[in-house]
Design a protein around this ligand. Structure first.
Ligand code: FES
Length: 380
């Protein structure tokens, strides 16, 4: 059950939900001790354990003759005589159809300008009382928050998430702190046991892109822009792409077509997101920023610095080892920013992420950042 709060004044929204066939009603009670003006309750919802779900799908896939090759980077692909050949370090893979189910397609393309990368934060906390909610509740604040309960080995945890911001644009440490401050307003905490963050892509018009890859050979498909709803849209993608391959009608194929020529709605968002990307794209090249000196670096800290006429992404670990990387993202050249919560370098343009040694953690970049200096002493 989901419980939406605040300004659902939106009788209009409520009415639209009912009209679309969803089982919704005005909430009679609140799932969580957060004050609200009005709330909608979605009844009859299922709850899935994401890993059990994906593992069950995987075992069915393998039973049907599928093969899983973990940790196998596809370096390039070619298409000849109706067959794709994918080059990997484990040897070539040949296929008649190619589906990019890769969060966002690698490389630089249209989808990077149609999807904005966001980071989202989560805490797993124990409560002093047993006031754990029986369902999923989320508010409609900006940034938003949600609550649910997860039991591990008989111990319930309150999962609280939100404080999302565009990748490379916010302060992850501050986001975790704000999330904790928020949950403490409403619950008495015994302990904060877990914290993590994740990345998702927000499509410009709110709908994912699922179907034939625009501009690619027929038989190349994509599924991206799930806006944090991967279980639902992943399943829908499988249905749509399966029907496209089998040349069957699918009632949703047109709606989610990646080639839709204009956003379904939210053009203003499209302009805003891309103005942001464009700003970084040019500002990072044209106006060198005044950066603090290397001498300010503390253990566990990363910074962009100007050193010897070069802009460097510098990180000093707990043992004093300093790694200086070329901060220019290998995807399209924007300058990466340090993420102190995850100890990573995050790109503000399309959400690429690198570890402190420069290795790609999250695409679309496929090439590591260039390592310039690795030293055990700060240059004086
Ligand atoms: Fe595109 Fe970095 S992810 S420039």
């Amino acid at each position: 059950m989901q419980n939406l709060r605040k300004k659902v004044s939106s009788c209009k929204r409520f009415w639209k939900l009912q009209k679309s066939g969803l089982s919704v009603e005005a909430a009679k009670e609140n799932l969580v001790p957060v004050p609200f003006d009005s709330a909608i309750c979605f009844s009859g919802q299922g709850q899935f354990h994401p890993l059990r779900y994906i593992n069950a799908l995987l075992s069915e896939f393998i039973k049907l003759g599928g093969v899983l090759l973990p940790d196998t980077m596809i370096n390039e692909n070619s298409f000849e005589n109706q067959v794709y050949t994918l080059a990997t370090i484990k040897g070539p893979i040949r296929a008649k159809k190619l589906i990019y189910a890769t969060h966002i397609p690698p490389g630089l393309g249209l989808m990077n300008f149609r999807n904005a990368p966001y980071r989202s934060y989560v805490l797993g906390v124990r409560l002093k009382n047993q006031n754990y909610p029986e369902g999923l509740a989320y508010d409609m604040q900006e940034p938003y928050h949600y609550f649910r309960t997860q039991e591990i080995d008989g111990q319930p945890y309150l999962i609280v998430g939100g404080q999302d911001h565009k990748t490379g644009h916010g302060d992850p440490e501050q986001a975790f702190k704000s999330l904790e401050d928020y949950v403490r307003q409403y619950y008495e905490l015994e302990s904060v046991d877990y914290r993590w963050s994740s990345q998702y892509y927000v499509p410009v018009d709110g709908l994912p892109y699922i179907g034939q890859f625009p501009g690619a050979d027929k038989g190349t498909y994509m599924a991206t822009g799930f806006n944090g709803n991967g279980m639902m849209f992943g399943t829908l993608s499988a249905k749509i792409i399966c029907d496209l391959i089998l040349e069957k009608e699918n009632p949703y194929a047109h709606l989610f077509d990646p080639s839709r020529s204009k956003p379904v709605a939210g053009f203003k968002e499209f302009v805003k997101e891309n103005a942001d990307v464009a700003w970084h794209f040019f500002a990072d090249r044209l106006s060198p920023v005044q950066l603090k000196s290397l001498a300010d670096l503390k253990s566990g800290e990363g910074k962009l610095v100007d050193f010897d006429g070069k802009k460097l992404a510098v990180y000093k670990d707990e043992l004093g080892k300093v790694t200086a990387l070329n901060p220019r993202c290998t995807h399209a050249g924007c300058i990466v920013q340090f993420n102190a919560a995850e100890i990573s370098w995050d790109c503000p343009c399309h959400g690429g992420r690198f570890d402190i040694s420069g290795k790609v953690i999250t695409g679309p970049p496929t090439i590591d950042l260039e390592t310039l200096i690795v030293s055990y002493d700060l240059p004086s």
